[in-house]
Write a protein that binds this ligand. Structure first.
Ligand code: WQD
Length: 342
């Protein structure tokens, strides 16, 4: 077997981690997952195997505990790169438990740097977020848009991660990194064998829509329709999870092939279009024929009116293009919801 590049995927049993592992394996990378099940289940490894034929090894260790992680990973190296997803990610939850988010998310980020030094790993991709822009004044946001005060402790952990990686890669010759600033990942793998399966209760719009449509929830609360937008509900840039996963492979290729112009680079990862909450619900109903029972309720603290990406940089420099739209997101999310609840 050609000596493939081996990638450590932290949070590999999570929603985006699992979809990225599928794309890495199908792009001829070898993969090891690290995940302690804080918000995921190892069952996803069955789905990955069913899709790719590969049984991925998962190392069950808390990444925020550096020594333990080092100990657990030594036998699995050497690694060409790390793709770092492992983090708590609920904007709403982070407001209620900031210290848990700081310890988990920033602790894990610090460990990835210790791993790169101890195991001589040259490349890293960081799962960042459009939340680093805070409340943007101008839309669409570019990578040069001002980084404004984080609107939540979750957003603050992503801003901190970027600051630390920027300093780390600009002082460590031979080590290079990329931050991908996700907009709103949604949808599921077209096989419906993997999808969004947080063990904590879903708070994101798309899983709440599918759980309402399948009857797990009696109704969906639309958090406000009095925003200054075309229909009063918030605007977001929904990106299909497989499009998002493919961008990670292109980003790792970019580093492995030494195409990066700087030791640390940042890219927006969104489709470049905004969809309102009410439009998303209508897209679900139109693409699935299912009805969603919703009511208009109060605004949710921490929400911003609107945000969507200018994705010119990633398209030009990584050759990435989105292939799926909001209808495809809703169809795949619905197919996954039905399989999940069988
Ligand atoms: C979307 C819209 C809600 C639920 C996400 C991720 C975060 C980060 C940024 C990557 C908002 C509305 C939602 C509901 C609703 N991504 N909504 N009723 O807050 O944009 O954050 O993207 O790092 O990790 O969570 O996503 O899906 O929670 O909300 O009306 O029951 O849907 O008000 O306008 P959000 P979301």
């Amino acid at each position: 077997m050609a000596n493939k590049s081996k990638i450590l995927v932290t949070g590999g049993c999570g929603y985006i981690g699992s979809h990225t592992i599928v794309e890495l394996l199908q792009s001829d990378y070898e993969v090891v997952s690290l995940d302690n099940g804080l918000n995921s289940s190892p069952d996803v490894l069955d789905g990955i195997e069913a899709i790719t034929g590969v049984r991925v090894v998962n190392v069950d260790v808390d990444l925020s505990q550096t020594e333990a992680a080092l100990e657990a990973l030594r036998a699995h190296g050497p690694f060409t790169g790390i793709i770092h997803f492992a983090a708590l990610k609920s904007v709403g939850d982070s407001v209620h438990q900031p210290l848990r988010y700081f310890q988990n998310n920033i602790g894990a980020t610090l460990t990835t740097m210790a791993l790169m030094e101890a195991m001589d790993i040259p490349y890293l991709i960081f799962s960042s977020s459009c939340t680093v822009y805070g409340r943007p004044e101008k839309l669409p946001v570019t990578e040069e848009s001002p980084i404004r005060p984080a609107e939540s402790p979750y957003g603050a952990t992503k801003q901190t991660g970027e600051i630390l990686y920027d300093q780390f890669f600009n002082t460590q010759p031979g080590r290079n990194g990329i931050s991908l600033r996700y907009f709103n990942p949604a949808g599921a793998h077209p096989s419906a064998l993997i999808g969004e399966a947080s063990t904590n209760q879903a708070t994101n719009l798309v899983p709440v829509i599918t759980e309402t449509a399948i009857g797990l929830r009696s109704e969906l609360a639309v958090f406000g329709n009095d925003y200054p937008t075309r229909d009063g509900s918030c605007i977001r840039d929904y990106i299909h999870v497989t499009d998002l996963a493919k961008a990670h492979v292109l980003a790792m290729d970019h580093l492995v092939q030494h195409k990066n112009q700087k030791p640390y680079e940042v890219f927006n990862l969104g489709i470049g279009e905004g969809v309102t909450v009410l439009e998303a619900i209508a897209a679900f109903e139109k693409s699935t024929g299912e009805n969603v029972n919703f009511t208009i309720s109060a605004r949710r603290p921490g929400d911003i009116d609107a945000i969507y990406a200018n994705n010119k940089k990633i398209t030009e420099q990584l050759g990435w293009k989105p292939t799926e739209d909001i209808q495809s997101i809703m169809r795949s999310a619905w197919a996954w919801e039905q399989v999940r609840r069988k």
